[in-house]
Structure formats: structure tokens, C-alpha cells
Ligand binder design. Structure first.
Ligand SMILES: Nc1ncnc2c1ncn2[C@@H]1O[C@H](COP(=O)(O)OP(=O)(O)O)[C@@H](O)[C@H]1O
Ligand SMILES: [Mg+2]
Length: 263
């Protein structure tokens, strides 16, 4: 009898808002979760047209075939896409590849089928218990829909800013409500308010009023350093009850040593 492996897909999403910290969180969470689960963790970087921050943060040189080459049907061997993080070999990374938006000629149904096949093949060959999916801002529908629909957990990552309430409302109206109320998907929707600075305390309480569904609202402070220089370094772990654990690597010796390589 074939046993179906158990795994969870968690996606990082911010609608049309760029630079909220999705890739940084996804990369750091991949390391934290692989350590705490003692399991391989798969990170799929879907950053089309982007700077491939999640792959780079994990030490993977992204100039190679990637998830989008597979989705458009340019290659069929999913295992060729895998690289190990140089920081933690149990974190397996699929970079986005070099496909650009204008080259994305497939429709949502085609990419959906290929996406499901990609995830299943990679989970099967790596034994990953967790798949993290890093979406870019303004992801095209053939990328966005399969990722959102197949995720059990959607982490909506926004800046800790007053306008985030409006971005969140738009994301909720456009994607979250239709999936949960009309299509009856059971999902955990977390809201992450990243780069928090003191003095915007009311944002968190306003966002708590309904946007996180079956999930939590997380606030992550503005950090002096978010790029893991080495996994041997002391790190500052942010834990919040019962939900995602975000880990922002932080040098305790000297903040000046923190270099933003993701730039
Ligand atoms: N909590 C944080 N504190 C300080 N800087 C952060 C934090 N989270 C992310 N950043 C920085 O913000 C920039 C954008 O982050 P990134 O993860 O690339 O965002 P996205 O993937 O949403 O576009 C990067 O320079 C990153 O280092
Ligand atoms: Mg990104």
C-alpha cells in the first residue's frame, strides 16, 4: 500500500504590496522549522521578475533552472531544481528560475496541474514535512492561484503601517473571502505585521478585527539585521503562541557586522 506523506504548505503573500518581508521571513522560517521539526523543509521561491531574495538568503545562487521553468513545461525533472541551503543542508530550495512574466504563456489550469505535480514529486523525493512558498508582489494568476489554493496556511505579510489595514481589506475581499466563504476551503490565515516601530499600537488591534481567520496576528519588530550571516551565530527568535515562529537572525556581538546582502 502506498502511504500518502503528510505535509503542510504555507505561503507568504502580500497582494500588490512589495518589500514587506515575505522572502526574509520565509527563508528564516525554513531554517527554524527544519531545526525544530528535525525534518527536511522545502522552500519554493516563486519570485518571478524579483530579486530572488529567499534563495539568496539561504545561500542558493538563483541563476539556474527553477520552479517557473517547470511550470511552463520547459523542463520535467523536478529533482533537478533542488539545491541545499549552504546554511542548513536540510533546507531544500527551488529558486524561481529565469522566466519573466511576459514569457508566462500558460493558463491557470495548466499551471495548477504542473504545480501539484511539482509539489508532490519534491515532497516525495525529499521527505519534507513542510513546504514554504514565497510569492512575489503582483504575482501573475497562473502562479498565484495554484499557490494560494493548495496552501493550508497563508501568511499575509504587511508592513506595520496605517495603510496596511486598507491593503489587508483588498486582499481579504479579492482572495481570502472568495476562497473561504464561496469555495469553502478550510485554511489558516495569519496576518504578519512586520517591521514594527513603537507608536502604531492601534494598527494591531484594528487588524485583529476579522482578517486573521483560524489564525493569528503577529507583530515582528524592525530589526537591525535580517540576513543570516552564519547559522552558528547567536540568533534572536520570536515566538508567539500556537502559530508561525519567525526567526530573525541577529548578531549579538556587533550590529555593524550585519550586512544587507539581499539589497
Ligand atoms: N523585521 C525586519 N526588520 C528590518 N528589515 C526587514 C525586516 N523584514 C524585512 N526587512 C528588510 O526589508 C527588505 C524587503 O524584504 P523582503 O523579504 O525582500 O520583502 P518581500 O519579499 O516582501 O519583497 C529587505 O531589505 C529586508 O532585509
Ligand atoms: Mg520577496
Amino acid at each position: 500500500m502506498m502511504l500518502r506523506p503528510r505535509f503542510v504548505i504555507a505561503t507568504f503573500f502580500s497582494g500588490s504590496k512589495g518589500g514587506t518581508g515575505k522572502s526574509t521571513l520565509a527563508a528564516n522560517l525554513a531554517i527554524t522549522m527544519s531545526q525544530s521539526l528535525r525534518s527536511n523543509v522545502l522552500l519554493i521561491d516563486l519570485g518571478i521578475d524579483s530579486s530572488q531574495t529567499a534563495s539568496r538568503t539561504l545561500g542558493v545562487v538563483p541563476e539556474r533552472l527553477g520552479a517557473l521553468d517547470f511550470l511552463i513545461g520547459a523542463m520535467n525533472d523536478a529533482n533537478q531544481l533542488l539545491s541545499r541551503s549552504t546554511y542548513l543542508p536540510s533546507v531544500l530550495v527551488v529558486p524561481p528560475g529565469n522566466v519573466r512574466s511576459y514569457q508566462l504563456t500558460i493558463n491557470v489550469n495548466e499551471s495548477f496541474n504542473r504545480w501539484v505535480y511539482l509539489i508532490n514529486s519534491l515532497v516525495m523525493s525529499t521527505g519534507s514535512q513542510l513546504v514554504l512558498v514565497d510569492l512575489p508582489a503582483n504575482a501573475p494568476m497562473p502562479i498565484l492561484i495554484p499557490a494560494l489554493v493548495t496552501s493550508q496556511i497563508i501568511n499575509v505579510v504587511l508592513d506595520h503601517a496605517t495603510y496596511s489595514e486598507y491593503v489587508l481589506r483588498e486582499i481579504d475581499d479579492t482572495y481570502i473571502q472568495p476562497m473561504i466563504t464561496q469555495l469553502k476551503y478550510r485554511k489558516i490565515i495569519n496576518v504578519v505585521l512586520n517591521k514594527a516601530l513603537p507608536g502604531l499600537d492601534t494598527i494591531e488591534s484594528r487588524v485583529r478585527g476579522g482578517f486573521a481567520r483560524n489564525g493569528e496576528v503577529f507583530t515582528i519588530p524592525m530589526s537591525n539585521c535580517t540576513v543570516p550571516n552564519s547559522h552558528h551565530e547567536a540568533s534572536h527568535t520570536i515566538r508567539t503562541k500556537g502559530g508561525i515562529t519567525g526567526k530573525l537572525q541577529k548578531s549579538h556581538r556587533d550590529h555593524d557586522q550585519c550586512v544587507d546582502e539581499a539589497g
